[in-house]
Write a protein that binds this ligand. Structure first.
Ligand code: HEM
Length: 445
C-alpha cells in the first residue's frame, strides 16, 4: 500500500492567509508554524503543496539520502533572471560538470593562497577609517568582500566606481525580487512594469561589467591560474569551450554568492559583539596574543579559536541563508510522510539553529559553546549554515577563512559600537539582512 500519511496543517480553505503571512513576514510565519504544528507542517499555497520540515533527520534525507528526488525550489529558480544558469541555479548533469570545473579553485591549498589578498584589502579599508567616526558596516563589508571575490576568483581589481555600480544594480535587482515574492511570482517578468524595467536595466549594467572582466582576461594573460582562467580553458568532450553567456552566468553567480553572504555575516557579527562585552574583550585578548601586528595570516588561523567560534555563533543566530527550498520531482516518502511530486519543501536555519533541543539558551550569543565538543555531539543538520549534501556551499571554507581573517584584522585595530538612534530591523530577503544597514562608531584600539 502506498504511504499516504501527511504532515499536519490547516484544514479546509485557510489557503490565502498563510501565503500572505509567509510572503510578507516569513520569519514570523515559520516560527509560528513550528509552534503550532511542530517540526513538520503542510500548507497549500494557491494550488501548490508546500511543506515545512525543520527536523535535522528530515533535512538530512532531503539534502543527502534522497537528494536525487529534488531540485531547487521555484523561488530560487526565479533568481536565474539575474544569475542565469550558474552553479547555484543549474541542475542535473550540466550542474555536475560545472561544479567539477569550479571545484579546484576552492581546494584547501588554493584557498590558503587567497589569505594575503583578503587581509591586504582589509588594510586598505581600515586606512580610510578615522577614530570616532560613524560607518555603515554592512555597506563597508559588502564593498570589501566584493573586491576580494573579484580579485581572488577572477583576477579583477575593481575600481571604486565599478564597486558602486555593482552595489546599486544588485540592490535594484533584489528589490524587484522581493516585490515579486510578495505577489507569489505570479506576474510575468516580461511585463513592462516600472519594477521589471528597473531590474532589467540593473542586470544590463551588471552584464556590461561582467563581460568586460571576461573579455579582458580572454585578450590578456593571467598572473595566476584563477577560477576564471580555469573556466575559460575548460573543454567538453567535443573540445568546445564555454560560451560567453555561460561564463557570464558562472561569474555572476560566484561574485554574488561569494560576497554578500560573508559581508552580511560580518555585519551581524559586529552587531552581536557590540552587545556582548565579555565576548568582545575575550576576542581582543586573543587577537593581542596571537597577532600582535594586527595583520593575521593563514598560519594564525588554528590559534584564532575564539575569533572562529564568534563567526560560527553569528552564523547560528543570523544565518545569511535563513531557509532553503527544494521541489520534489517524483513522489517520495520523507520521515514517514508522503511527499507528492511538485511539493515544495522549506527547511529553515532560522528555526532549527535556534531550537532549545539542540542549543542551550538558544537565543543567547555564546561563542564559547563552539569551544567544547558541541560540534561532535550535535545532530547532523541541527547547524547547517552552508547547506549540505551534493549542493553544499562550494565556498564554505573560503567564507569561514575570510570571515575569521577579516574579523581578526578589523577588531585588532578598531572597536565598533552601535551608533545611537537606530532600530535594527531584520529583512529576510535572498539573505537575512539588516534592513537599513547597521551604523556603528569606529574607535581606534
Ligand atoms: C557566510 C558565507 C556563506 C554562506 C552562509 C553560504 C551559504 C550557502 C548555502 C546554504 C548554500 C546551499 C544552497 C542550497 O543548497 O540551496 C550555498 C551554495 C553556494 N554557495 Fe555559499 N555561502 C557562503 C559563502 C559563499 C562563498 C564565499 C562562495 C564563493 C566564493 C559561495 C558560493 C556558493 C555557490 C556557487 C553555491 C552553489 C553550489 C552548488 O549548488 O553547487 N558561497 N551557500
Amino acid at each position: 500500500m502506498p504511504n499516504t500519511t501527511l504532515p499536519p496543517g490547516p484544514k479546509g480553505l485557510a489557503l490565502v492567509r498563510p501565503l500572505y503571512h509567509f510572503t510578507h513576514q516569513p520569519l514570523d510565519f515559520i516560527v509560528s508554524t513550528q509552534r503550532k504544528y511542530g517540526d513538520t507542517a503542510r500548507f497549500r499555497f494557491l494550488k501548490f503543496p508546500v511543506y515545512f520540515f525543520n527536523r535535522p533527520s528530515l533535512i538530512e534525507e532531503i539534502l543527502i539520502t534522497q537528494s536525487g528526488k529534488f531540485i531547487k525550489s521555484a523561488d530560487l529558480r526565479e533568481g536565474s533572471r539575474v544569475l542565469g544558469n550558474g552553479l547555484l541555479t543549474s541542475e542535473g548533469e550540466f550542474w555536475r560538470r560545472q561544479r567539477k570545473l569550479a571545484q579546484p579553485a576552492f581546494h584547501r591549498e588554493r584557498v590558503k593562497a587567497y589569505a594575503p589578498v583578503m587581509t591586504s584589502y582589509a588594510e586598505q579599508m581600515l586606512e580610510t577609517w578615522s577614530d570616532g567616526e560613524p560607518r555603515e558596516v554592512r555597506a563597508e563589508m559588502m564593498q570589501l568582500t566584493l573586491k576580494i571575490a573579484a580579485r581572488t576568483l577572477f583576477g579583477a581589481d575593481l575600481e571604486a566606481d565599478t564597486v558602486r555600480i555593482i552595489g546599486e544594480s544588485l540592490a535594484a535587482a533584489i528589490q524587484q525580487f522581493d516585490a515579486r515574492v510578495k505577489t507569489g511570482f505570479l506576474l510575468p517578468t516580461s511585463w513592462p512594469t516600472p519594477g521589471n524595467i528597473r531590474s532589467r536595466r540593473a542586470v544590463d549594467r551588471l552584464d556590461e561589467i561582467l563581460y568586460r572582466i571576461i573579455d579582458q582576461r580572454r585578450n590578456g594573460h593571467a598572473e595566476t591560474e584563477d577560477l576564471l582562467s580555469m573556466l575559460l580553458s575548460a573543454r567538453d568532450e567535443s573540445g568546445a569551450g564555454m560560451d560567453s553567456k555561460q561564463l557570464r552566468d558562472e561569474v555572476m553567480t560566484l561574485l554574488l554568492a561569494g560576497h554578500e553572504t560573508t559581508a552580511t555575516t560580518l555585519a551581524w557579527t559586529f552587531y552581536l559583539l557590540a552587545q556582548n562585552s565579555r565576548a568582545e574583550s575575550e576576542l581582543f585578548a586573543e587577537l593581542r596574543a596571537v597577532i600582535p601586528s594586527g595583520v593575521p595570516t593563514h598560519e594564525d588561523l588554528p590559534k584564532l579559536r575564539i575569533t572562529e567560534a564568534i563567526v560560527r555563533e553569528s552564523l547560528r543566530l543570523y544565518p545569511p541563508a535563513w531557509a532553503m527550498g527544494r521541489q520534489a520531482i517524483e513522489d517520495c516518502t520523507i520521515g514517514g510522510y508522503h511527499v507528492p511530486r511538485n511539493t515544495t519543501i522549506y527547511m529553515s536555519h532560522w528555526v532549527v539553529q535556534r531550537d532549545a533541543r539542540y542549543f542551550d539558551e538558544p537565543e543567547q550569543f555564546r561563542p564559547e559553546r563552539w569551544m567544547d565538543s558541541l560540534q561532535k555531539t550535535l545532530p547532523r543538520f541541527a547547524y547547517f549554515p552552508f547547506g549540505g549534501g551534493p549542493r553544499v556551499c562550494i565556498g564554505a571554507s573560503f567564507a569561514m577563512m575570510e570571515a575569521t581573517l577579516l574579523l581578526a584584522a578589523i577588531a585588532s585595530r578598531f572597536r565598533l559600537t552601535l551608533a545611537p538612534d537606530q532600530t535594527i530591523e531584520l529583512w529576510p530577503s535572498i539573505t537575512l539582512r539588516p534592513r537599513n544597514g547597521i551604523r556603528m562608531l569606529v574607535s581606534k584600539r
